[in-house]
Design a protein around this ligand. Structure first.
Ligand code: MEV
Length: 439
């Protein structure tokens, strides 16, 4: 059977599934059953999900967990996290509790400006283009009025439009570099609509600009799109306490703080480590971004670009000990929304936002940054003390036991047994077999 098809998008959901299972699966009944198993019995809810994207055939579940006991600027939160990786939610909860007892997280939104660009080609006199831009700038704002007026009423809108000459990097290449304030909306639609309007105005007004030659009048728009690099949409999260207060049963505060700072310093200077270090931060960030219906790809792209802002990929977080006080902090760009997009559509996203007390975008930036910092703290704490595998292996053990449908008693016996034994798949399997044959 041909593995290609035309007109796939026109087929009904059932027809799509039939084609897929018949084309790609030996046991097509089983494949179909798995797909259908994940449909929601509530038809309206299912239709809602079907319509989020195109060619939907089923739902792909991710667990939604919660990490309680976060104190952020003295307000208590339980943070929802959608993530498939075990240990992340546990680590976040542990870090939350640890810092709750030491003053909690302190956060601050530094700036909220977002950027969009109209990329265009212009072949001609640069001075004339500058003159043209000066004249056309008010018109750009007037023509975008129908798009911007509601945002302006709420205090947001277009902050500035700059003409940028990029011809030293690429022949004939210029930009309208536009800054926006989009308040509680992530703002992608708003920004892109404004930019497309600017592009139209730019093109048509150039045709009427008398100083331009015929060739100069032919401004060529390449594209108009927001930027996911948002170094001016920045939030800071921090924890701090006396080094002595870091002391716990098997950990001496001063030694721990010094090793912790050393681990952060390594991530600051060594890109191989920085990537993994930042990945740990993104474990926390993405999970909350996803749970709150935001675009985690945009966040990832922007955050990693920010991690190289000085020319080398480096740690997003920083730590120091000064006068006996340990401080651990991070400043990251987060363009988030709490209105628009999925936030008003997805029932679980609405629930997650309500759990957080219906935050503004600014408040959500702070919560998300804290989730990232907490995750990073938990990872570094494990890595510099017990090692990461101890916790992971406990989860690994549970996963294997679940695969073997272990009973509660079996789980208890084997968890105890593996406290003093290295967890490996084969060791666990033989332990289950042994236990079962003895009973
Ligand atoms: C695993 O998902 C994340 C860590 O590797 C982060 C880190 O190494 O800092 C534990």
């Amino acid at each position: 059977m041909s593995k290609t098809i035309s007109g796939f998008s026109k087929l009904s959901k059932t027809q799509k599934i039939d084609w897929i299972v018949n084309t790609y699966f030996a046991d097509f009944e089983n494949a179909k059953n798995i797909l259908i198993q994940y449909w929601n019995s509530d038809e309206k809810l299912q239709q809602l999900h079907d319509e989020f994207i195109e060619n939907t055939i089923t739902n792909y579940y991710l667990p939604l967990g919660v990490a309680p006991n976060f104190s952020i600027n003295n307000k208590i939160y339980t943070i929802p996290m959608a993530i498939e990786e075990s240990s992340v939610v546990a680590a976040a909860s542990k870090a939350a509790k640890f810092w709750m007892e030491r003053g909690g997280f302190k956060t601050k939104v530094i700036s909220t400006t977002k950027i969009g660009q109209v990329h265009f080609n212009y072949k001609g006199d640069k001075q004339k283009l500058k003159q043209f831009f000066k004249i056309v700038k008010p018109q750009l704002l007037i023509d975008a009025k129908s798009i911007t007026q509601n945002m302006e009423k709420r205090g947001g809108g277009i902050l500035d439009i700059e003409l940028r000459n990029k011809t030293e990097s690429l022949a004939n290449y210029y930009q309208l570099h536009v800054s926006f304030e989009t308040l509680d909306a992530m703002g992608a639609n708003f920004i892109n609509s404004c930019l497309e309007q600017f592009a139209k105005t730019l093109k048509t007004e150039a045709l009427n600009f008398d100083l331009f030659s015929e060739e100069e009048k032919q401004i060529e728009i390449v594209m108009s799109i927001l930027s996911n690099y948002v170094p001016e949409c920045l939030v800071r999260a921090e924890v701090s306490c006396k080094v002595d207060d870091l002391t716990e049963k098997n950990i001496e505060g001063n030694a721990f703080a010094e090793k912790f700072v050393q681990a952060v310093n390594i991530a600051e200077v060594e890109p191989y480590r920085a990537v993994t270090h930042n990945k740990g931060i993104m474990n926390g960030i993405d999970a909350v971004v996803l749970a709150t219906g935001n675009d985690f790809r945009a966040i990832e792209a922007g955050v990693h670009a920010y991690a190289c802002k000085n020319g080398t990929y480096s740690s997003l977080s920083h730590a120091e000990i000064e006068d006996g006080v340990f401080t651990f902090w991070m400043e990251i760009p987060l363009a988030l929304g709490t209105v628009g997009g999925l936030t008003g559509l997805h029932p679980l996203v609405k629930l997650a936002l309500e759990m957080l007390g219906k935050p503004s975008a600014k408040e959500l930036m702070q919560i998300v940054a804290v989730a990232g910092l907490a995750q990073n703290f938990a990872a570094l704490r494990s890595l510099t003390t017990t090692g990461i595998q101890q916790g992971h292996m406990k989860m690994h053990l549970m996963n294997i036991l679940n695969q073997f449908e272990a009973t509660k008693t079996e789980k208890e016996i084997l968890s105890k047994q593996f406290e003093n034994q290295t967890v490996s798949h084969s060791a666990v399997v033989s332990a289950i077999k042994n236990l079962r044959s003895n009973h």
